[in-house]
Ligand binder design. Structure first.
Ligand SMILES: [Zn+2]
Length: 178
């Protein structure tokens, strides 16, 4: 089970795979994660258990960001204003780890979340056009099903992406992919 980095009513401002024209310059088929529009200083929680790595790209790329990795899961949380855990520390899913911001290549405060699946610590599907990043909505329905996300609000931009109907056991599909 995967856990959103934001409780309450996260606003999705950009879905996975969107804007291929922008992300081709980074070698991706489209947006390699999900963006949440949140005010600077919003507390961010660990989507999965793992060891924290802190990096700071300054005004470039992801800006101040962290990865949280274990044998099976990898999350990258970017454009942070502050990291509230120490580099190298092990955290549990749901632990507060950082605060959102707009560091790096960023035009408005938001949280970027990239998620990858691993096997024995090795990223799976690295040749998928997103360097192994996957659409979290494709393998979890938590986002739309759990109380945490029942009231999630989506921008018009993201609505189309998330306007999906499905039956039990059916994974959500990314409409941007064939
Ligand atoms: Zn993003």
């Amino acid at each position: 089970m995967i856990f959103s980095p934001l409780p309450g009513t996260p606003v999705v401002t950009q879905g996975f795979g969107q804007n291929p024209d922008i992300y081709s310059q980074f070698g991706f088929l489209g947006h390699n994660g999900i963006d949440f529009g949140v005010p600077e200083g919003t507390v961010i929680y660990a989507p999965n258990d793992g060891v924290i790595k802190i990096k700071d790209d300054g005004t470039n790329g992801y800006g101040l960001h962290i990865s949280i990795q274990n044998e099976k899961r990898y999350s990258l949380l970017a454009h942070l204003s502050e990291v509230t855990v120490q580099d190298g520390k092990s955290v549990s899913q749901g632990d507060p780890v950082a605060k959102s911001g707009m560091t790096g290549f960023c035009t408005a405060a938001h949280l970027h979340w990239t998620y990858k699946l691993l096997k024995n610590g090795i990223v799976l599907n690295k040749d998928n056009g997103y360097d192994g990043a996957v659409d979290v909505t494709e393998f979890t329905r938590l986002w739309l099903d759990e109380d945490l996300h029942n009231d999630a609000a989506y921008t018009d931009f993201a609505k189309e992406y998330l306007a999906m109907s499905f039956t039990d056991q059916q994974y959500l599909k990314n409409p941007n992919r064939a």
